[in-house]
Design a protein around this ligand. Structure first.
Ligand code: CDP
Ligand code: MG
Length: 136
């Protein structure tokens, strides 16, 4: 079952501050992702809290929202066949220490919280997350 999908990708503050934006975009393009929309923004903590609401009961929620709003991020809509899963595979495991060779988090992730990229985890969440950042 192959179909063209769109997914939301975020280059997180730890990667933007290290000037990794272009290198990470090159990885996506080389793997056949089209960057359909993109913008560099800094969000308020309250917006991060909305974005990560699914994690509101987790012990790391407050730090996570502080972190995502701590500096500029690059938000992108990526398009490709099976983009959602393909992006999750290319990102690698949440904890960079557990990420496979060649994945973005293995290459650039610093720690489980500063793991350089976000990617939607399902078709439903991709729609919600794209709408969240690109209402138009
Ligand atoms: O980003 P991903 O979907 O791989 O992981 P998640 O379980 O949805 O968690 C969202 C984000 O919370 C992660 O990307 C980490 O930045 C952060 N996190 C953390 O700081 N500490 C954890 N123990 C788990 C996740
Ligand atoms: Mg997630």
């Amino acid at each position: 079952m192959n179909s063209t999908e769109q997914t939301l990708s975020i280059i997180k503050p730890d990667a933007v501050v290290r000037n990794l934006e272009n290198q990470i975009k090159e990885i996506f393009k080389n793997k056949g992702f089209k960057i359909i929309k993109e913008k560099k923004i800094q969000i308020e903590k309250s917006e991060a809290e909305k974005f990560y609401k699914v994690h509101e009961t987790k012990p790391f929620y407050n730090d996570l929202c502080e972190y995502l709003s701590s500096g500029p991020i690059v938000v992108m809509v990526l398009e490709k066949e099976n983009a959602i899963l393909a992006n999750r595979e290319l990102m690698g495991a949440t904890n960079p220490k557990e990420a496979s060779e060649g994945t973005i988090r293995k290459l650039y992730g610093i720690s489980i919280d500063k793991n350089s990229v976000h990617g939607s985890d399902s078709i439903e969440n991709a729609k919600i997350e794209i709408e969240f950042f690109f209402k138009d």
